[in-house]
Design a protein around this ligand. Structure first.
Ligand code: SF4
Length: 330
C-alpha cells in the first residue's frame, strides 16, 4: 500500500489582502500545516500584512528579497503593467524564492490566494501559467480559491489535495470572499492590490530614471519616496526635501552624497548624488534650485554644501527660474 502522510505542509504566498488570508484559513481548516510567508522589498513593506495577519490570528514570516528583486526589475521577462509594476515577474520571483526554501523545511507544496480572472495583469489564466513557468514550480502550485477551475497540479494528482475540497471562485466580484470572511470571523481586511509603490505613477517615473541612468541601489530607491527629484545630467541627480520629515530622512540616507543648505534663511535640505566627479556646473545648478524652494531667501543668496566630513563650502547664487526648475524635475 502506498504511504500517505497524514498531514501535508505548504508555504502560502501571503500578501495581507483578504484572498491570501482566506486561502490560509481554508487550507488550515482542512487540516494542512500552512506557513504564510510575506516577501518584502523597499517597494512594499510588511507592516500592513503583519497587521492583517494579526487580525486573522495568522502568524507570518517576513523574508526580504530586495537584492533579487532589484535584479529582476532591470529587465523583467514579462514587462511592466501600467506603471513600473512587473506583476508577473514579481509573482514568479516570489514563487521561485518559496520553491527554493521548500526542501530545507520539508514543505510539500505552495499555495497562493490568487483568484482566476480577478485582476487583469497577473491573474488571468495565461498569466497564471506564465508565473508557473517562470518560477519553475508550476506543478507544485495550488490556488485554493480557484483550484477547481484550474488544471490539476502535482498535489491534486498525488491526492495530497482533494480537488472537491478546493473552491471555484472567479472574477472580480467579492461576495463569496466577504461571506467566507464573515464565516471565519474576520471583520477588518485591506483592499487587494494596495500599498505597492510600483503602481504609483510619480514613483514609477523616478524609478525609471534610476534604472535608465544605472543608479538602482537600495539607498537610492528609498530616497525616491522623499522630496522633489531633479536630473541634472546623466551622472548626477539632486533631491530637495518638501518638509521637515523629508529633510531628516534625506539627511539619514545621505552618506555618500553632497548636502546643500541655505545659509541666511530657513529652507529645505538638498542632496546631490553623482556617479562622477562633481563640478562647478552641477553645484551651481543644485544651489540655484535649492534657493527656489526657500521662500524667504533673497533672489541672490548664499547656499552651503559639503559631505559632512569636510568643512562646508559656500556659494552665492541666483534663484533658478520656475520654468527651468520644472524642466529638470523628474
Ligand atoms: S502590484 Fe506590486 S507587489 Fe503586487 S504583483 Fe504587482 S509588482 Fe508585485
Amino acid at each position: 500500500m502506498e504511504f500517505m502522510k497524514n498531514k501535508y505542509k505548504c508555504f502560502s504566498l501571503f500578501s495581507g489582502g483578504l484572498d491570501s488570508i482566506l486561502a490560509v484559513l481554508h487550507m488550515r481548516k482542512l487540516g494542512y500545516e500552512v506557513i504564510p510567508v510575506f516577501f518584502q522589498t523597499p517597494f512594499f513593506g510588511a507592516e500592513k500584512a503583519l497587521k492583517a495577519a494579526e487580525n486573522a490570528d495568522i502568524q507570518i514570516r517576513v523574508i526580504d528579497i530586495t537584492a533579487d528583486y532589484i535584479k529582476m526589475l532591470e529587465n523583467p521577462a514579462y514587462g511592466f503593467g501600467k506603471n513600473m509594476n512587473p506583476c508577473i515577474d514579481c509573482h514568479g520571483l516570489m514563487f521561485r524564492k518559496a520553491g527554493e526554501m521548500m526542501e530545507a523545511e520539508q514543505v510539500d507544496f505552495l499555495i497562493s490566494g490568487e483568484v482566476l480572472g480577478q485582476r487583469p495583469m497577473s491573474q488571468r489564466f495565461d498569466a497564471l501559467n506564465s508565473v508557473g513557468k517562470l518560477s519553475k514550480v508550476k506543478d507544485l502550485l495550488i490556488r485554493p480559491l480557484s483550484q477547481k477551475l484550474l488544471a490539476d497540479t502535482l498535489p491534486v494528482r498525488e491526492g495530497w489535495v482533494k480537488k472537491e475540497e478546493m473552491l471555484d471562485i472567479q472574477g472580480r466580484g467579492r461576495q463569496r470572499q466577504i461571506k467566507m470572511a464573515k464565516e471565519f470571523g474576520i471583520s477588518h481586511y485591506q483592499n487587494p492590490g494596495g500599498g505597492c509603490l510600483l503602481t504609483d505613477q510619480g514613483f514609477s517615473r523616478r524609478l525609471k530614471d534610476l534604472i535608465r541612468y544605472k543608479m538602482l541601489t537600495v539607498k537610492n530607491i528609498r530616497l525616491l519616496r522623499l522630496g522633489r527629484h531633479f536630473r541634472l545630467n546623466p551622472n548626477c541627480k539632486f533631491i530637495v526635501g518638501k518638509n521637515n520629515n523629508d529633510n531628516e530622512k534625506i539627511n539619514q540616507l545621505a552618506a555618500e552624497g553632497l548636502i546643500f543648505q541655505t545659509v541666511n534663511q530657513p529652507g529645505p535640505l538638498g542632496l546631490m548624488i553623482s556617479l562622477a566627479e562633481i563640478g562647478n556646473c552641477e553645484i551651481e545648478q543644485a544651489a540655484s534650485i535649492l534657493l527656489r524652494y526657500s521662500n524667504k531667501a533673497a533672489t541672490e543668496d548664499v547656499v552651503s554644501f559639503g559631505n559632512g566630513t569636510e568643512s562646508d563650502q559656500q556659494i552665492k547664487i541666483t534663484k533658478m527660474e520656475e520654468r527651468s526648475v520644472v524642466k529638470l524635475m523628474i
